[in-house]
Write a protein that binds this ligand. Structure first.
Ligand SMILES: *Cc1c(COP(=O)(O)O)cnc(C)c1O
Length: 480
């Protein structure tokens, strides 16, 4: 083989690779629901498997693909499985898989507009369209690696807005301590964002939640007052629209009022729950979100595109440029003077992957209506699950209209709650038939099930109910 053909395989091999990949994708998609959802966790087994190959001894393209496909089949939680009742990791859309394949092929570099005008315009088109769904007349924004980067972007833009001098002098150039607020149930990415931008985790006030696990807004107002009196500088409040733990939506409108009164940047982390705005009947759940100064939304959650599709949205037209704008001698300048945006001047990333295509193609084929149907179906499955749980001796303990269900055993068992929950989750996972998790609400351990997958049907919910019954009986047997 010629040197170049080792990377760019000869035509005949290449066709064989593509065909083999297509067959592999189709087989995974059509049979994953027959497999176990959960893998056994055995690092030695995986490392031994890896030791069986050697980069000094290359293998054929087909063998290489088969090696990896077997490893993936055997050693992962199959999040596309309809009984993965998990942490917002959906079954990827067909068009999303197709899009990522095209992206890898054309490999557009989105850092500068002039390198890939079409891809950049698709992303900005989506930002405007999705922004409109959230109620922004003309949204600005950027695709991000995920909600974590979008939340970090929110923190940075809020800092830039309130303390423009930090762009040069940094946090230590300030004479006051910036403080921001989110609820005790908010996502931990905010704490890491605080560390990343040099504020430190002491700069975040985790506001307690009320009985419904929503941010306690009386507490919030008092805390802001106290902080101002102590000469701190409150600059940002983050509301969560759909907490990871329990799908709880903070009082979005009331927090909007507080932030406007206090002149504080208002960010809404709607990474998962934001999808509710796409369904007219559910829009009320996020009422007031259009008053936010910025929003985090993850298309790789409820829009079910393959991972890595966060979005940061804002109605402030110049804040991203003020935060990230700079110039270099080597970046292309052809876009300058045109009415266009260079992403490298409006975001944290430099080399930039075409994240938006999987959202664009999925939306283009499903349409808003298709997504509305899917979201409604998942909400219905959540309601069905709640009903079945209550009928079979469980008690639902979180109040949300979104399909995250937290529950405990109706009757207090003669054993420690934490231990019961741990053993119950262990029994479900080791059955291999479903993936669920546990968490804490109001400091109490609870079970957590999320209708994460658009393929999940009533049958799957009923199977889960059986699995839970069996697991509970098993844990009881083993302890009495
Ligand atoms: C998932 C999630 C995040 C983090 O997003 P990633 O895409 O996983 O980085 C932040 N906030 C909320 C509410 C989330 O659900």
């Amino acid at each position: 083989m010629k040197n170049s053909e080792l990377l760019d395989l000869p035509n005949k091999n290449r066709i064989d690779v593509w065909n083999h990949i297509i067959a592999t994708i189709e087989s995974y998609i059509t049979t994953v629901h027959h497999s176990r959802v959960t893998p056994e966790l055995d690092p030695d087994k995986i490392r031994n498997y890896l030791r069986s190959i050697d980069f000094n001894d290359p293998i054929t393209s087909r063998d290489a693909i088969d090696f990896v496909v077997k490893g993936l089949w055997d050693h992962q939680v199959h999040t596309p499985h309809p009984r993965y009742f998990g942490l917002f990791n959906p079954c990827p859309t067909t068009m999303g898989i197709a899009a990522d394949t095209l992206v890898a092929t054309f490999n557009p570099q989105l850092a500068a507009w002039s390198h890939s005008p079409f891809a950049n315009e698709i992303e900005q088109h989506l930002i405007r369209k999705i922004g409109q769904q959230f109620g922004y007349d003309r949204a600005e924004g950027m695709f991000t690696s995920g909600g974590t980067e979008a939340n970090l972007t929110a923190l940075l833009t809020a800092l830039t807005y309130h303390f423009p001098e930090i762009l040069k002098k940094g946090i230590r150039g300030l004479t006051t301590q910036p403080i921001f607020y989110s609820s005790f149930e908010s996502h931990h990415s905010l704490i890491r964002a605080a560390r990343t931008c040099g504020l430190g985790s002491d700069a975040i006030r985790l506001i307690p939640v009320n009985q419904s696990q929503q941010m306690d807004i009386v507490f919030l107002r008092n805390q802001i007052k106290k902080d101002k009196e102590a000469n701190f500088s409150p600059f940002l409040v983050v509301a969560t629209a759909g907490t990871t733990n329990a799908g709880i939506v903070d009082p979005i409108k009331k927090i909007a009022d507080i932030t406007k009164d206090e002149n504080i940047w208002y960010h809404v982390d709607a990474a998962w729950g934001g999808a509710a705005v796409f369904v007219p009947e559910f829009r009320y759940i996020l009422e007031g979100i259009e008053r936010a100064d910025s929003i985090t939304f993850d298309a790789h959650k409820w829009l079910s595109v393959p991972m890595g599709a966060g979005i940061y949205l804002t109605p402030h037209s110049d804040i991203l440029y003020r935060t990230f704008g700079m110039s270099t001698d080597y970046m292309p300048t052809e876009g300058i003077g045109l009415d266009v945006k260079d992403p490298y001047m409006h975001s944290f990333q430099w080399s930039r992957r075409f994240i938006g295509l999987k959202v664009f193609l999925s939306l283009l084929v499903a349409g808003w209506e298709g997504y509305q149907a899917v979201i409604k179906h998942q909400v219905e499955m959540g309601n069905f699950l709640r009903q079945k749980l209550e009928e079979t001796g469980w008690r639902v303990v979180n109040k949300t209209n979104l399909p995250v269900v937290c529950f405990i055993n109706e009757k207090q068992l003669q054993m420690n709650k934490t231990l019961f929950i741990k053993k119950l989750v262990g029994a479900v996972l080791s059955s291999g038939q479903a993936w669920i998790s546990s968490t804490k609400l109001n400091k109490e351990p609870v079970l957590r099930v999320c209708i994460t997958n658009y393929r999940t049907t009533k049958e799957d919910v009923l199977v889960l109910i059986d699995i839970l019954d069996n697991a509970r009986a098993k844990v009881k047997r083993e302890n009495f």
